[in-house]
Design a protein around this ligand. Sequence first.
Ligand code: SF4
Length: 229
Amino acid sequence: MNAFRKNIPDKTFAKLNNNGDFTRLAVSPGIINKHYSPAQFQTIAKVVGETGAIKYSASYSIILSIPTVDVTDATKELQDAGLYVAKQGSSVAMKACDFCDGDKMEAAPITEQLYHSLEGLTVPTRLRLNVNGCASACYNAVYDDIGLVYQKDSFDVYLGAVPMGPNAQAGTLFAKRVGVEHIEDFLKQIIELYKEHARPNEPFYKFYRRTNSEDYWEMLKSKTIKTGV
Ligand code: SF4
């Protein structure tokens, strides 16, 4: 098999849409779990069928191209197989490490709580929030819009990463040791600032880099300190 030049996909999303109407679904075994079961792979193969396509992505999910007319049924079938189908569009999208395949679950309950309260909130452009369960941060939280790195009952919060392109850069440490009891409210305030002050369709990193000397960021930080976090 040729792993390079001769191995070009013939079912890219663009090629498929030249001959039909296809929709992409981002599918994964869960926010934390990264292990697919054989039965889940069989379901994926079934819903994609002969016409669609399967591709792996850089964001811990598999991208399925499905004929748009079949998307509702396909989504239900995937969910019935225990798969997580990510919401699309301009909303908060949660990611997380696999907590060492479930061996280091200290931050899992708060991650689930954050998922229920933040995932899907409408924002100017898609906002990726990545939770990593220890200081190793091996799932690259600091390269997402909001990176949370867990350390003993608290999170270090990184903002402003440029996730790709020639100027790609990790985010910078915005707040250190925000207690788990405060993190949800803290993140909600960051999201509110983004909604309130961003230009139309402004990505989070551009917004943060343009505004990071504004008083409201300092106020947010000092409020954190005042609450004794
Ligand atoms: S970030 Fe830490 S807890 Fe998460 S998978 Fe990597 S080593 Fe494990």
